[in-house]
Each structure stands twice: as C-alpha cells, then as structure tokens.
Design a protein around this ligand. Structure first.
Ligand SMILES: *Cc1c(COP(=O)(O)O)cnc(C)c1O
Length: 375
C-alpha cells in the first residue's frame, strides 16, 4: 500500500528488459542506446539502465540530458532532436552527441564548440520516408561537405527514423537502402561512422528477420524497454515484462447506480457529447485520478473492469460482479502516452521496487494476453 495515484516502477523488470534487448541487438552487431524521454529521464531508472551494461542514454530534451549529467551518470549522452537555435550553448555543454538536419544549426554548434574548447559530435539524420526529421538523400553529399568545413564539429554517424510521424515501416528493403547509403557516404568522404543508427522500437521485426543488418551498427530504444513491445505493429516481445510500470489509483466511492445519466443532458466538462448504453443498474466505482493526472485513454484496467469515462480528477468504472470499497486499489497497464503523462505528472507519486520488493506477477496478466489475442 502507499499513496495514490502512483506509478509503481519495477526496476528489476526494467533491467531484465534492457538486458534482453541489448543482447538481442548485440548478437547482430548492433549497439543499443536507451531512450529515456518516455520516463522523463528519471535518475533511478537511468542508473538501472546503466547497470544492465548499456553505456549511452538519449533524450529529445536538453534539459533532461543536463539533469542526467548533473547527477553524475557516466554515460554517453545523445540529444535525439535537432537542436533549437536558442539551446546551442546547452547542447554543446551537456550533449556528447546531437542529431542534426540544419546546416545553420551545425555552424552555430561549431562556433559554440570552439568557444567552449570542445569538438561537438553529431549524427546527421536522413529522410527514409517517415517525413519527420532528416535531409533528403540527394542533398546529403553537399550537406556533409559543408559540415566537414565546420572546425568545431565531428561527424560520428548517420541516422534515420521510422514509424514516428508517417508510420513508415523499416522493411528489409528500406534498411538495405539506408545501409548502402551510409556505406557510400563513408567511402566518399572517408568518414568513420561509429553510429549508423537505424531506428527505434519499430525496428524489432526487421532485426529478428534480417540475416544481414549491413552497415547498421546502432539503434535507439525506448518503448520496448519500458513496455515490452515493438511499435510497428504494437505486439508484445517474447520474454519481456509488459508490466514493469503499473498505474495505481484508489476507490473513493462505490455504489449501485443507473448506467445512464438522468435529467436533461448537454455537454460534459470537456465539451464532449456523451452517450451511454442502458444496462440497468451497475456497480459504479469512482477512482481518485483523472485527465489532469494521467492520459486516461492510455490506461487498461488489470482486472476485467470497464472504464466508463473520466473527468479532470475522477475515473468511473463498472466493477461488474465485484463489490469494491473505498480504499481498494485498482491497477492499470499503461501505453506509451499514459507512461509519459504519469512520469511527468506532479500529481502522480513515483514508487520504486527493487529486486527484493519485486512486484508479484498479476494473475490478470493472462487477461491482458487474452485481450491482445482477441483484438
Ligand atoms: C523517441 C525517439 C526514439 C525512441 O523511440 P521508441 O519508440 O521509444 O523506441 C528513437 N529515435 C528518435 C529520434 C526519437 O525521437
């Protein structure tokens, strides 16, 4: 028991997930960086990741890398998002490597690096079709030539990203194309690319199938570590824990009430028109967390309860045949959106479990697997 609402963080499960993934990718010659933006670059979690043998951490926010550096974590810090011009000074100070797509930004990084007596390392991101960050392949040679003329910059990698904006899948063909392109640039400009960085948690199926990852030697993984899923189709990865994080809130009212609102009905607190199926009287329980605390739409109850809806500070569930009482705790699985909101919410307590306090595996996990199969 503890205060609610809280997120319970099982560090032992996170460590196992990280290690299994690191070994899977390692077997194919691919080094793995842990992407910690999904857990708000939490220090205890980052330390756990480093205990698994992973040596680099990445985030899209420079403020998170600053926090990790100031906590004295010994890891290579990678900035995933191309730097905003206003954050150049901090990027050179706190990121060992940043990902880039704008020559003006690279020149500014170069000048700042010289001022700070450093060389700033960069990975150049190229566009393979997903249409978020990246320069077009045809523009890359000129771009690299101009970057090589920046005295404060060292090119350590070429990277690409999939399945983030456009939902484009890293197929064998796409990955080969990317690999061949990286090889060609390496030869043309005599580069030494320590990071041919092929993607994220959406690359899992490619990895399992491919016989030859080619020049790809690096991958950036977040969601698979935290939630045990690949993200191209959203399936669970065998042997990984899907419940390293659990959201727990508490019943504050439980009563038998009608399933349909009565009175004249207009919009709810969020301006939405809602309608409800009439199933007579049901056991309605009110839970002490709502949309102000967490992304409610990203929660799935671990027991076969039905989440009927939410307002800013309450969730309403139909507890079916179970009679809940105030003080009963309700556990939920989180999707990535819910995880982000739980970890960044000031209203959600964070509770850590280590090897000894390891959380019991819920019998209702079987319920989740069943749901997954039927969906
Ligand atoms: C967020 C992000 C990742 C990690 O994605 P996951 O799906 O959590 O593995 C990798 N690369 C970039 C550029 C990102 O922004």
């Amino acid at each position: 028991m503890g205060l609610t609402p809280r997120v319970e963080i099982d560090l032992a499960k996170i460590k196992q997930n990280a290690k299994i993934l690191k070994d899977l990718y390692g077997k194919k010659g691919i080094q793995m960086t842990a992407v910690v933006k999904g857990v708000a670059a939490d220090i205890k979690i980052a330390e756990t990741i480093l205990e698994s043998g992973i040596t680099s951490l990445a985030d899209s926010k420079i403020s998170n890398l600053e926090k990790l550096k100031k906590a004295n974590l010994k890891a290579t810090m990678i900035l995933l998002r191309t730097p905003a011009p206003s954050e150049i000074e901090k990027v050179v100070q706190y990121a060992d490597i940043s990902m880039n797509t704008e020559i003006g930004v690279i020149r500014a990084l170069s000048n700042e690096a010289i001022r700070q007596n450093k060389k700033h390392k960069i990975i150049i991101m190229v566009e393979m079709g997903d249409l978020r960050e990246g320069i077009m392949l045809k523009d890359a040679p000129d771009f690299i030539r101009e970057t090589l003329a920046c005295p404060g910059i060292e090119i350590v990698g070429i990277g690409t990203n999939f399945a983030c904006f456009g939902g484009v899948v890293p197929t064998e063909q796409k990955m080969n194309e990317f690999s061949e392109f990286a090889k060609a640039m390496e030869q043309k400009f005599s580069l030494h690319l320590s990071y041919v960085s092929g993607g994220n948690s959406a690359n899992y199926n490619w990895l399992m199938k491919t016989k030859n990852p080619g020049a790809v030697n690096h991958i950036r993984i977040g969601e698979s570590i935290w939630l045990g899923r690949e993200t191209a189709t959203g399936k669970l990865i065998p042997q990984l824990h899907p419940d390293a994080f659990r959201f727990i809130a508490e019943v504050i009212e439980s009563n038998i009430k009608p399933s349909v609102p009565f009175g004249s009905v207009e919009k709810n607190a969020f301006g939405e028109s809602v309608s409800f199926e009439n199933r007579g009287n049901v056991r309605r329980a009110i839970i002490n967390a709502g949309r102000q605390d967490i992304l409610v739409s990203g929660l799935t109850p671990m027991e076969p309860f039905e989440l009927l809806g939410s307002s800013s500070d309450h969730m309403i569930i139909d507890s079916k045949h179970i009679h809940l009482q105030p003080g009963d705790e309700i556990s939920f699985f989180l999707n990535y959106g819910a995880l982000i909101s739980a970890m960044t919410s000031p209203y959600v307590y964070k509770m850590y479990k280590n090897e000894k306090q390891r959380s019991r595996t819920y019998p209702c996990l079987t319920y989740m697997y069943r749901q997954e199969k039927s969906s």
